[in-house]
Design a protein. Structure first.
Lengths: 334, 334
């Protein structure tokens, strides 16, 4: 007996949204029934063409989400428009009020930092009222520096410290990522942007606090540092040509401090030409766990995968705003 | 406000049961309220003394589970008496009928192989009837060769093959483990025991089929091989002295075959004096994932940890027989 397909709307058609929508088209159990984007270049065009498929999908991009949700029944919206909860809140509100579940790549949605707590509480209340589930997830945050280390602690009798590293060769990543890590800037310009909070990775603090909450850890202090990684030799990507001394990328760290010691450290380095890219988790505990993922989990492909693999989990979850650790872990299904 | 402590009964006081019960005594949110074992050496003694604590616990070991369950209210039973569902079924039945949740180290309980399907279905029905949750878990099976690789596939758009290795230096492990891998035997005696199914690791097939089911993979064939690993030089553990040529342990592999290719391989080597112990998972897919845990996840400590860390998850789960992938992943909580 044929199972009913899960009806999916893609909201946001930047590089991650396109990768996500393409993956949905490959899933036999899912069907793309709508797409939303504000870009004038995309509105009205067939999604198949935008995704680079060799066929049309009969789904035209619209910039009017509300009208789409009203006329097109769907089970879930894959939402990939932005990092900041303040920016995306009106979009989430519209989707939830239409009674649709949401899986979002918004980094801030992973876990409520103090400054976002009120808006996130609103999302939670609204989701419960409309009986839908909202999940913020991804690879980082959402997997390598939060869900994975927490998952590993299942085999620990005690956890004293966790040290996580993610070293990404940004030269292999999409343009917006290379841009947001400051590639090609002078170090002066870099620090100026840092001062204005225009550079840096969103989500490290969310990962830190998610891990801490689940482990039952409290910090005396949290230290965040953002510094440039400078190119030592000339290096060229599809988008940037760096001279020695140019900014190649970023080193962004957060540390949860307890009794003057870093008990949880997240050390993220994303730069063009990074040697030895990898993800690692070191749990100082009983037993000790030293995990390493060679090459690291490839960001863009993996982010699309996590969003799509989370669909069955979110559809079956209790209403409300969930975190990746409240739900059964997502997994691939062929 | 003080939260009510979770009331725990420890069922089975072999090495794993003792490690598990000790860990429960360290958890501020849990309380050991009973202990069951059939050993005449243990019955009637105070659990604190058996665990090697420097205090009594006011809990005496009994061999009458039924009477204990009737007079002592508890939330969950940590069950560590055996691997085989046929052997432990009457114990499970008694616990479930008393209305208690179960977390068991029984390897067969992880996932229903065909020959165990009927008994497992009975467990599931009985658990639903009495509104309790039953979970089979552990480190292997339960974590390194099933839950972990499945967890990793969350970031995969496609999974073509998975290769898992676990190399354990059995010289560091408990006596029952060293014995069950054939340490100290001649290779002839080893193969004789294999013929009688008296040797080998229980749980590899359970892990294989759990992974396959969750990934939606079907096999044309499954190949299982068990061979001795022979000591190349003299080696001594707390329990065994091996001469060169003696059996040092076991290599036990299972492979799920599709179109004449191994699409899922579990390769377990447990032997005294193993070089380079580790756990590894290699996912051939999009993206490719190469994970390695240096030294491997230490078996006995970790098994106790998984059982105890699963308590909050199981207590909050829907009634029935669950698998480790149906529930939110367990994690440490301090």
């Amino acid at each position: 007996m044929a199972q009913k397909k899960i009806r999916v709307i893609q909201y946001g058609l930047g590089p991650i949204g396109i990768e996500t929508a393409k993956l949905v088209t490959k899933k036999s159990g899912m069907e793309l029934v709508g797409a939303v984007d504000i870009s004038k270049d995309l509105v009205g065009r067939d999604l198949g063409e935008i995704l680079g498929l060799d066929k049309t999908l009969g789904v035209r991009v619209t910039d009017n989400g509300k009208a789409l949700f009203a006329k097109t029944g769907a089970d879930v919206v894959l939402h990939t428009t932005g990092s900041r909860i303040r920016k995306i809140y009106p979009e989430l509100e519209e989707i939830i009020q239409a009674g649709l579940n949401i899986i979002s790549s918004s980094e801030e949605l992973l876990f409520p930092l103090k400054e976002n707590a009120e808006l996130m509480k609103n999302v939670d209340n609204l989701a419960k009222k409309h009986q839908v589930t909202v999940l913020g997830t991804g690879v980082n945050p959402g997997f390598v520096m939060d869900a994975l280390p927490l998952f590993l602690t299942a085999v620990c009798q005690d956890v004293k410290k966790i040290h996580m590293e993610r070293i990404v060769d940004a030269g292999t990543r999409r343009y917006p990522l290379q841009k947001k890590i400051g590639a090609g800037m002078t170090t002066d310009a870099f620090y100026e942007k840092i001062g204005k909070k225009e550079l840096g990775h969103v989500g490290l603090l969310e990962s830190l606090y998610l891990v801490a909450e689940k482990l039952g850890m409290a910090f005396d202090d949290v230290i965040e540092t953002i510094d440039p990684v400078v190119a030592e030799k000339a290096v060229k990507t599809q988008y940037f040509s760096l001279k020695p001394g140019d900014v190649a990328g970023i080193r962004h760290s957060v540390k949860g401090i307890k009794k003057e010691e870093a008990v949880i450290t997240l050390d993220l380095r994303m730069y063009i030409g990074a040697d030895d890219p990898h993800d690692s988790v070191h749990i100082v505990g009983i037993p000790e766990i030293k995990l390493r993922i060679e090459g690291g989990v490839a960001g863009d492909q993996a982010t699309a995968a996590v969003l799509v693999n989370s669909v069955p989990v979110v559809i079956n979850a209790r209403p409300g705003l969930a975190t990746v650790k409240d739900l059964p872990a997502a997994h691939f299904r062929g």
